[in-house]
Design a protein around this ligand. Structure first.
Ligand code: BGC
Length: 374
């Protein structure tokens, strides 16, 4: 009796210590958290996720942001391929969108206005006459709650956005789970709920340069976008409502093309965007939305999404005034973004896929950035 009791106790101890060790190993080796500073009374952390190949993804809960992505080239040389700052102050005072989550409405809403069920809503303006990326106090600029997901190489960020924040209706709860897989994929799973009908367009705004962030422009990167059409814009970068075929235009990336190949053409849309800064209408029969290949390093980035569009922005507004990791400067066109999204200004464009969220229904979307070499 006594013996059995002891045996059970010993077995339980072994089991408990085994579980603890296992948890420790996972937490310690896969996700590390360290203080990154404080913003408006909230603690901000820096999370380092390491996968089985030893490649590193860093995140912060300020703006639910991707800070750093270190992946190998075809010779195994590792390099950070995304724009980011080494300090929280960098994020607070610098470019607001490097790697951050943007919401509630990514990209632009014309005149910062839309009507829903007969009620007109006016948003905070921050981009000429328009609202960009949710407004000046959008989700890129708030501290999200953070939780390391047990037993996974994942961090979950959650933010409660109050009714009428930046002018948008509905109390919303938004979360994004980032997972850094052993195949060098950043999986981003977003979930949003609301208590009032509203609009939603949530994405990540990472800038990429596959030969290394801060090491020259991206005009030599080869791009494929599985899109037969794009949405032309007006002079304030609001879509006109037209869905225009890419065939025969500099917007045809249906087969791999160097970004620099046609960017200098006197094309009306390229002139309006100052280069590429347009939404592409994804061909949903294709599993991959876009592929970027940098021939010297051999690095490849593939973008997979369930969303209908992707904003291809090639850093036309960058000017070298921002200094990031390693003291490197982010110059004109030295980074590209592939922001998966609903089409810009869709709350004012009845023919675009609706970016509506209803109470009682969970809005879910998923995008993957997958790195490899060839
Ligand atoms: C927009 C650009 C804007 C940039 C800001 C992109 O999503 O399309 O026009 O300048 O975000 O970082």
């Amino acid at each position: 009796m006594k013996n059995t009791g002891l045996t059970v106790f010993a077995a339980a101890l072994v089991l408990i210590s085994g579980l603890t060790a296992c948890n420790n190993v996972k937490t310690k080796d896969m996700v590390k958290s360290e203080p990154f500073g404080e913003f408006k009374g909230s603690e901000v952390s820096l999370f380092t996720l390491t996968n089985s190949a030893g490649n590193v993804l860093k995140l912060t809960n300020y703006g639910a942001t991707i800070v750093y992505i270190e992946v190998p080239d075809r010779n195994g040389e590792k390099e950070n391929v995304t724009f980011g700052y080494e300090t929280l102050e960098g994020y607070i005072n610098g470019d607001p969108y490097f790697g951050s989550v943007v919401g509630r409405y990514a990209n632009r809403i014309g005149q910062g206005r839309f009507t829903l069920d007969g009620v007109e809503y006016s948003l905070s303006l921050n981009n000429g006459p328009n609202t960009l990326h949710g407004g000046p106090g959008g989700w890129h600029s708030v501290v999200w709650d953070a939780e390391i997901v047990t037993g996974a190489n994942s961090v979950k960020f959650t933010y409660n956005s109050p009714d009428m924040e930046e002018g948008y209706p509905g109390n919303m709860e938004a979360s994004v789970v980032y997972t850094w897989t052993d195949s060098n994929e950043i999986m981003m799973e977003y979930t949003v709920t609301t208590d009032k009908k509203s609009v939603i367009n949530i994405t990540n705004h990472a800038y990429f340069n596959l030969h290394g962030a801060g090491t020259g422009d991206i005009l030599d990167h080869q791009l494929t976008i599985n899109a037969q059409a794009f949405t032309p814009v007006d002079s304030t970068l609001i879509p006109t409502g037209e869905i225009r075929p890419v065939a025969g235009t500099p917007f045809d990336f249906t087969t791999p093309r160097l970004i620099g190949e046609r960017i200098g053409e006197q094309d009306e849309q390229l002139l309006l965007g100052g280069g590429y800064d347009h939404n592409f209408v994804l061909d949903k029969s294709q599993p991959v939305a876009a592929t970027v290949y940098e021939p010297v390093s051999g690095r490849v980035l593939e973008v997979v999404t369930d969303l209908p569009g992707v904003q291809f922005y090639c850093g036309n507004f960058l000017d070298g005034t921002q200094t990031g990791h390693g003291g490197l400067k982010y110059e004109y066109r030295s980074g590209l973004c592939l922001e998966t999204q609903f089409f810009p200004d869709s709350p004012n464009k009845p023919d675009f896929p609706p970016a509506i969220i209803e109470p009682g229904k969970e809005f879910k979307t998923k995008t993957v950035y997958r790195f490899s070499v060839k």
